[in-house]
Design a protein around this ligand. Structure first.
Ligand code: MN
Length: 318
């Protein structure tokens, strides 16, 4: 079932591996794991990993090939399928673009695509490729792929975690995956992140029907020396897992004066609210961009009404 992938790798001497911008551990682990698997199991290949770097870069460094390296090469794009999200668009110079992904989107740039949305992590696809073909994998490869598997599954917590996820975990640990190394890096963070989390816990407010929310001025990002992305996306779930809180919302002023909105819900669908304000996303995790905190109050009142409806349903039932 991986024959197309393998024949493409065999065909090209130069292979450049891409993934999405602002990579998470699955994107980086899959990219670096695949690079190493090709180096260990296919002779005479020049393999490069490219893209932006961030605090997950402890898994391994990126390469910086010149433009002419891409010409006539194979570009493999992992953990993303759509052009707008890919880091380093020089895959356009390559002879052939192979996309390997586990998201639901169809690719708008692939010459060949392998998309398997039943895999909880893209790392699971690559690990399974190695396992099925009995490839050599070293400890670094196993550790990179394990990092992708454990993070994209929410530490084996998300509902689409299956026995297959554990089979792959077993395979990777057998091949030396350094679990402690991954967990240490996952559970250690800079002091300013910890302090920002404390700030959220201490300062979030609630509406009448208990929508938890934060309104963050630009000064929050400056005070804690983090990016807007961190204040907005990385902190929204500080308001999750609290008894009595079913819906939570994070409003953050960005550098251009817009308000970035992250909305989350335990069970009640909220994506229609995000859509109403020009955004979108998943049923229970979505977002939009607003012009002001006054508009944020409109979003909050819509969310509050959802909970009011929910509460009255329960009252009527009892
Ligand atoms: Mn992924």
């Amino acid at each position: 079932m991986y024959s197309k992938i393998i024949s493409l790798i065999e065909k090209y001497d130069t292979i450049i591996i891409h993934r999405h911008k602002n990579p998470d551990m699955d994107a980086l682990g899959t990219q670096l794991g695949l690079k190493r698997i090709i180096e260990l199991n296919f002779s005479n290949k020049l393999v490069y990993a490219v893209g932006d770097e961030n605090n997950f870069s402890f898994l391994g460094k990126m390469d910086h090939p010149a433009d002419d390296i891409f010409v006539g090469a194979l570009s493999i794009i992992v953990d993303v399928a759509v052009s707008a999200l890919i880091s380093d668009d020089r895959y356009k110079l390559a002879d052939h673009v192979l996309v390997i992904d586990h998201h639901l989107n169809d690719s708008d740039i692939a010459d060949t695509e392998y998309i398997n949305s039943s895999c909880i992590a893209c790392a699971q696809i690559i690990a399974n490729l190695a396992k099925t073909n009995d490839y050599n994998i070293d400890q670094h490869t196993a550790t990179c792929l394990y990092g992708g598997l454990v993070t994209d599954s929410g530490r084996f917590l998300y509902p689409n975690t299956s026995y297959k996820s554990f089979e792959i975990a077993t395979y990777l640990v057998k091949h030396g995956a350094d679990i402690q190394y991954i967990y240490e890096s996952l559970y250690t963070e800079p002091l300013n992140f910890k302090k920002l989390k404390g700030y959220f816990i201490n300062n979030f407010k609630t509406t009448k029907n208990k929508v938890a929310y934060m309104k963050n001025e630009l000064s929050v990002k400056e005070e804690f020396n983090v990016t807007t992305f961190v204040v907005s996306r990385a902190m929204v779930n500080q308001m999750s897992g609290i008894e009595g809180i079913e819906i939570w919302a994070n409003f953050t002023v960005d550098e251009d004066g817009f308000v970035q909105v992250e909305l989350r819900s335990k069970k009640i669908p909220i994506v229609q609210v995000a859509k109403k304000f020009g955004g979108g996303g998943h049923l229970l995790a979505c977002g939009c961009t607003l012009n002001s905190f006054e508009e944020a109050d409109l979003v909050l009142s819509e969310l509050d009404q959802l909970l009011e409806k929910e509460n009255s349903l329960w009252t009527n039932k009892n």
